[in-house]
Design a protein around this ligand. Structure first.
Ligand code: SAM
Length: 248
């Protein structure tokens, strides 16, 4: 998977991606990160890439031409690819979308700044508009990093243990069960006995039950799409009744 990022702050992308799991994935060649500075495509003495908005109003707007020239350079060198514009006005990012993007060979991210980017270049090059949530950040770099981190861990070879991505929150429409590590007792609290039993059948049942309970408690909205057995539906209903919530 090759990530190409059009940005005014390439060092922000490079520094964040160079550490931990993504850093190892870059070193091993599972992913690559090509942060391209839009400013390098400005055609004026001071490398300015923004200007005042037509019609007035607060802030500055990124100009179409440097963004377009940057995009053209990327596709000339690496071939065309989906162009994801990070925007609070886009579709809200999800694990399901990450799964879909993980199947691509190249992805291009376009990070806005200031008040945003001239609409005309967006119309010409953007294929997807993606938001990371209903709030406004100063730039698209953090949203691009959030997306790349999420997508990268779904690329084969990036995680040491591929099973962990399959059992994690959202993988099956549920939140993950609680996790414990040594010591066996901490602040008087014992690790649930089933985790020490070594009985795989019991463990699998406990994981699933805990996932259902976590989801009912923290994100009941997810349950509408999750495939629950009759017994699990009953478990969820019992939890909701006990805790004074409405039925599923
Ligand atoms: N004026 C824009 C609006 O009201 O929709 C907001 C511009 S914001 C200050 C600057 C840039 O940050 C955007 O162009 C986008 O790239 C990025 N950004 C801000 N919030 C975001 C979010 N929730 N998800 C994705 N990108 C975001």
């Amino acid at each position: 998977m090759n990530f190409h990022v059009m940005t005014l702050f390439p060092e922000m992308i490079e520094n964040a991606m160079a550490v931990s799991i993504t850093g190892r994935a870059i070193k091993s060649g599972c992913i690559s990160v090509n942060a391209v500075n839009i400013r390098d495509y400005a055609q004026n003495k001071h490398n300015r890439v923004d200007d005042y908005p037509y019609g007035g109003g607060a802030g500055m707007v990124m100009q179409a031409e440097p963004v377009y020239r940057c995009y053209e350079d990327i596709i000339e060198k690496h071939g065309s690819a989906r162009v994801i514009c990070l925007s609070p006005q886009g579709r809200v990012f999800s694990q399901e979308m990450a799964q879909e993007y993980a199947g691509e060979e190249n992805l291009i991210f376009l990070c806005g700044h200031y008040e945003g980017i001239d609409e005309r270049v967006l119309e010409e090059i953007v294929t997807d508009y993606v938001s990371i949530g209903d709030y406004v950040l100063t730039g698209g770099e953090l949203p691009a990093l959030v997306m790349m981190d999420t997508i990268a861990r779904l690329v084969p070879g990036v995680l040491n243990n591929a099973v962990s991505a399959q059992t994690e929150s959202f993988a099956e429409g549920l939140l993950e069960y609680p996790q414990y590590t040594r010591p066996e007792e901490w602040h008087g609290k014992k690790v649930p006995a089933v985790l020490l039993s070594g009985n795989h059948k019991l463990l699998a049942e406990w994981y699933r039950e805990q996932s259902v309970l976590r989801t009912v408690k923290n994100r009941p909205d997810l349950l509408q799409k999750a495939k629950l057995t009759e017994k699990e539906c009953q478990l969820a209903e019992e939890f909701l009744q006990k805790n004074g919530n409405r039925g599923l």
